[in-house]
Design a protein around this ligand. Sequence first.
Ligand SMILES: [Zn+2]
Length: 453
Amino acid sequence: MFHPPSRPPSSRRYSRRETLWLLSLTTAGWASSSLLSGCSVNPVTGEQQLMLMSPAQELAVDRQHAPQQFSNDFGAVQDEALNRYLTRVGQEMAQLSHRPQVPYNYRAVNATHVNAYTFPAGSTAVTRGILLEMQNEAELAALLGHELGHVNARHAAQRQTRSLFTQLGLSGIGYLSSYYSQTAGMLVNSLGGVTSKALLSSYSRDDERQADALGMAYMAKGGHNPAGMVGLMELLSAQSKQKPNALETMFATHPMSRERLSTAKRRFQESYRNHQAAPNNRARYMDHTATIRAQKPTIEWIQKADTALANKQVSQAESCLAKALKSTEDDYTALVKMAKIQLAKGDARGAKRYVELAKHSYPNEAQALHVAAITNLTSGNPSAAHEDLLAYERVVPGNPQTTFLQGKALDDMQRPSEAARYYRAYLRRGSRDAYSHYAQQRLQQWSQTNPQP
Ligand SMILES: [Zn+2]
């Protein structure tokens, strides 16, 4: 158990154990719990059903969580033509869906694992990892059509009803116990990219079936060849054999089964044979994803690094990331992952070097600022950490991790009344974890030495 120091540890370097403790701060508990209950009509089935989330609350979930999740996935790819292309393919189908009024938005994100996800009000991301594997626009339409299916059938709102937030709480406990059983490998592996599992936690097999069926209907309506759904399912099945680790998150959020592939094949034969001549627009897909395929070696080295981390082979992961950076020297994802590994190894100077390069490569992305803050905090430079956190807050406002870390930075800067404000704000979030325990203890220590704060 980590005990807070008895006096403010101003300008002192943190031990590796303390560094790991700060690194394991998660977004767990960062969820609104003010839920109204009510019945509403399911837009797809037309049936009345209990929904604990209104469309306005769906929108609030997107606003509150999507920016953080995109940042965890290393931000939007800096290729406006690609993002516009995803938007066009997604929006064309969305306008033909059951809920055209939802404010759908689309971007490619820099994460290299194979995944795609949508928040309940249509904020959608597709990773570099899956863009690299898909072969034509019909497969992309199948992927976005499936995601549209979840939004249109309001699966998140239904799942919310089945107490999503209980799951969120549990995942937080999981992270903390991984800290206490601590090995650096486990911890590094839990850094970033994992939140989607908690936030966008698993849809049921029934939801997946319905999303596949709706996806095929939307893509056919939009003039795509519905065989793209079969292609997508084949791609995912093949990937699960070749690179099981790269798909872990995809399967955690969208349970995959052999049945989904055979259902897609059967549905195509039974219901969509008259769409057989529809185009799959391979050339157009290839043109718009050329920058992603040019990064193939980089993306694959990062995937190998993730596999190594999953097997707790930290130095192996480091050498894979070095190769990724040799292939693309300013790859933001590789730079941030490398910085975290240095930090977890206790090499703050190494971490600082990589994190500065990451900040330079993507100046408007938040995750590097977060890592920079922990690097500065743990190497006895709390005022620089304070600046990093202010910059982070401008990019992704409202993250409780930032609130706690600001408290810690100001605490280390010997500015207790400001630190106390942040610690209290963190406690007001209501999450009970090692950080709230720490904040509570500091506030108690101050109230004992100075009863009128
Ligand atoms: Zn799904």
